[in-house]
Design a protein around this ligand. Structure first.
Ligand code: NAP
Length: 273
C-alpha cells in the first residue's frame, strides 16, 4: 500500500477521531466516509467489512434488518474499524435524502458510495404487475440515481470520489422471469457509464460489478429449486461468495483503481463469458 493511499484511508477512518488525527501528521482536516446501501447482510455486509478493513468509516444502511446491520457494525468495531447502522428505505426519496444527511453529519461527506440495496419480485412479463415493476425499479435503480446525484457535489468539491453500483449478470443477458430486475440492472449499467463520463475529469470514478449466482438470502430459493441446472451454466461450477464480490468492490474503491472508470466487472465464475 502506498503512503498516500495509507494516509487517505487513515484520514477517512479517523474522520470522527480528532485525537488520532492530531497525532498523525499525515492526516489533514478533510474527512469522509463510505455509505453501503443494503449493508445488513449478503454482499453489502461483506462489502462494509472489506471497506472498513481499508480504513473507511462506514455507514451500514438497512431497511428492515436492524439486527443484521447492528451485527455488521459490531464485527467492524471489534476488528478496530468504525461504522454506524442507518435505517432507511432507499426506494423512498425522503428516506434516502435523510440517510445521506445523517451519515454525512455523523461520519463526514460520502466519498465512497456503494449502491448495493436490491430486491427481486420475479414473474413472467405477461403476468408482472405494476407494483412488482415499480418496487424493483425504485430500489435497484432509482435509489442509486438519487443517491448518486446527492453525493456528487461533495465529491466534486473534494476532487475525489468512488461510486460502485451492484448490477447483475442479468443486466448483461436475458433471464426469463426477471424483466423488472433485468431492466433495473441494465439501467444501472447505463447509469454507471453515463455518470462516469460526466465526472471522470474530477477525480471521481463510477464503476459497476455484475455478480452471477452468489450465496445470499436473495438467491436462497433459486439455489434450492434448481441449482444443478444453473451450476451447469457456470464455468466455475459453483456459486460465488459475498466476499468474492466484496473483494472486487474493494478494488474499484481503491486508489489503485483510479484509472478504472465506467467499467462493468462480471463476478460470475465465467457465466457471462
Ligand atoms: P440480500 O442478502 O437479500 O441483501 C439485500 C440487502 O438489501 C439487505 O441488506 C436488505 O436489507 C437491503 N435492502 C433491500 N431493500 C432495501 C431498501 N428498500 N432500502 C434499503 N435496503 C434494502 O441480497 P444480496 O444477494 O446480498 O444482494 C445485494 C445486491 O447484489 C443486490 O443489488 C442484488 O440485486 C445484487 N446481486 C445479487 C446476486 C446474488 O446472486 N445474490 C447476483 C447479482 C446481483 P433489509 O432486509 O433491511 O431491507
Amino acid at each position: 500500500m502506498s503512503s498516500s493511499a495509507q494516509a487517505r484511508r487513515l484520514r477517512h477512518k479517523t474522520g470522527s477521531s480528532s485525537a488520532t488525527a492530531s497525532e498523525d501528521p499525515r492526516i489533514n482536516a478533510r474527512t469522509g466516509c463510505a455509505l453501503v446501501t443494503g449493508g445488513s447482510r449478503g454482499i453489502g455486509a461483506a462489502t462494509a467489512r472489506a471497506l472498513a478493513e481499508e480504513g473507511w468509516a462506514v455507514g451500514v444502511n438497512y431497511s428492515r434488518d436492524l439486527e443484521g446491520a447492528e451485527s455488521v457494525v459490531a464485527s467492524i468495531e471489534e476488528a478496530g474499524g468504525h461504522a454506524i447502522a442507518l435505517g432507511a428505505d432507499v426506494g423512498a426519496a425522503a428516506e434516502a435524502e435523510q440517510l445521506h444527511d445523517t451519515v454525512s453529519a455523523e461520519l463526514g461527506p460520502v466519498l465512497l458510495l456503494v449502491n448495493n440495496a436490491g430486491v427481486r419480485a420475479d414473474g413472467l412479463s405477461a403476468r408482472l404487475d405494476d407494483e412488482a415493476w415499480d418496487h424493483v425499479l425504485e430500489v435497484n435503480l432509482t435509489a442509486a440515481f438519487r443517491l448518486t446525484r446527492r453525493v456528487l457535489p461533495p465529491m466534486m468539491r473534494e476532487r475525489f470520489g468512488r461510486i460502485v453500483n451492484v448490477s447483475s449478470v442479468v443486466g448483461l443477458r436475458a433471464n426469463p422471469g426477471q424483466a423488472n430486475y433485468s431492466a433495473a440492472k441494465a439501467g444501472l449499467i447505463a447509469l454507471t457509464r453515463t455518470v462516469a463520463a460526466e465526472v471522470g475529469r474530477r477525480g471521481i470514478t463510477v464503476n459497476a460489478v455484475a455478480p452471477g449466482l452468489i450465496e445470499t438470502e436473495l438467491t436462497r430459493d433459486i439455489r434450492a429449486n434448481g441449482a444443478d441446472g444453473l451450476l451447469g451454466a457456470i464455468p466455475a461450477r459453483r456459486p460465488g461468495t459475498p466476499e468474492e464480490v466484496a473483494a472486487c468492490i474493494r478494488f474499484l474503491a481503491s486508489d489503485e483503481a483510479a484509472y478504472v472508470n465506467g467499467a462493468v466487472l462480471p463476478v460470475d465464475g465465467g457465466m457471462s463469458a
